[in-house]
Design a binder for this molecule. Sequence first.
Ligand SMILES: Cc1ncc(COP(=O)(O)O)c(C=O)c1O
Length: 456
Amino acid sequence: MFRWRQVLFAIRNPRAVFEGSKEPRKQFSTRVTMCDKFKLPVRYGAGEASVWVEYIQLAAEYKPAVNLGQGFPDYPPPQHVIKSLSDIASPDSFLLNQYTRGYGHPRLVQNLSKVYSPLINRQLDPMTEILVTNGAYEALYSAILGHVDEGDEVIVIEPFFDCYDFMIKSAGGVPKFIALKPKPTESELTSNNWVLDEKELTSLFNPKTKMLILNTPHNPLGKVFNREELEVIANLCKKHNVLCLSDEVYEWMVYEPNKHIRMATLPDMWDRTITIGSAGKTFSVTGWKIGWAYGPQKLMRNLQVVHQNCVYTCCTPIQEAVARSFEFELARVNTPECYFNSISRELVSKRDYFVKVLRENGFNPTVPDGGYFIIADWTKLKNKIDLTSERDKYQDYRFTKKFAKEAGVLTIPPSAFYSEQHKHLGEDFARFCFIKKDENLALAEKLMKEWNAKKK
Ligand SMILES: Cc1ncc(COP(=O)(O)O)c(C=O)c1O
């Protein structure tokens, strides 16, 4: 009898059993209160899994033959970069296993100053104007949390790297979105055709506007903002006393004849620009997770405060390895072999190859001018794919999941890069990453051809 009661109680109150309750009713009411008390803080919203978490899980579950989802190379980084790290793991370098300077390892900030000073036409102070962070991700976090206050508005250009929105909201800020839209064109669609409406952009600026986030070269479109476009943004920032957070992690991946222009170099923009870079993207070592921000000392101070109370200091051996890698490249900076120059040459042939593959397989790609992603419209394939078995709200999620399962090629749904009110703008597209081995791009081609052939 006693046992049955226990069993019945366990069925009705599984959590109570799990938590080891002996006094059912009383404990249960306490537990409800505890659940409420320990729910996710409001500033983190509903806490949904990001597209990265969801799609990495998807990849693990369905094991697609080719993963063109996440943005990382599936081939080795430059040899000297690997060597710089392996050299450090020696008993002679034992102090490199210990904490280093919180705002950035001295050898790294000195080299960052050497790399960027000539590019921005001013001497960057390595100690006060550069902060080394845990990937560009933490640089974004420190900049947003360090500058955005309760009720401040931040202008975000869509599609956007998905964490911007979350970081702004968790700082108490209010994101204001404006979407890049493709202009109709007679010739091939390139990322240059995706433009901002100047009137709409102007209308977003008001006394509450604190910051605008720019991403050039752009993820996921590959757009490289030209001088005129940057001037429009810069003039509005100056007129309304707004800070520009310029995410330039793909700064070295720009395809001829486009040129990467750093927002900080536009007239009077240095004083109101924080620029962000990434060792992961620069040296094709995304797992190293070292990034940086640079800008005027008075703006950088706020980032230092966030960083010192959150991360405090980044991994010493990796910072040392990044510093040595920069030294290696600085010694050949004006040669075609320098990785800052060769990476675009290496990637442009992959881009051209894969654009062709996409066109031949029913997609309509936007040719990127920078970065290593291609956004491609998949809607011509609509009548070949039955999406009814997929449950997601947005059709690009349904398409990318079904396509991964049927064709074995994993891509990313771009609606993840739009605000809730504009998600429909991303629904017709899939994002393909092309910084992959030629043989894997060729495998993707084969799989897509086979898939298309089956659907005839
Ligand atoms: C636009 C953009 N910003 C920032 C990051 C984050 O870079 P990291 O890996 O250095 O944190 C990424 C990574 O994909 C990115 O695409």
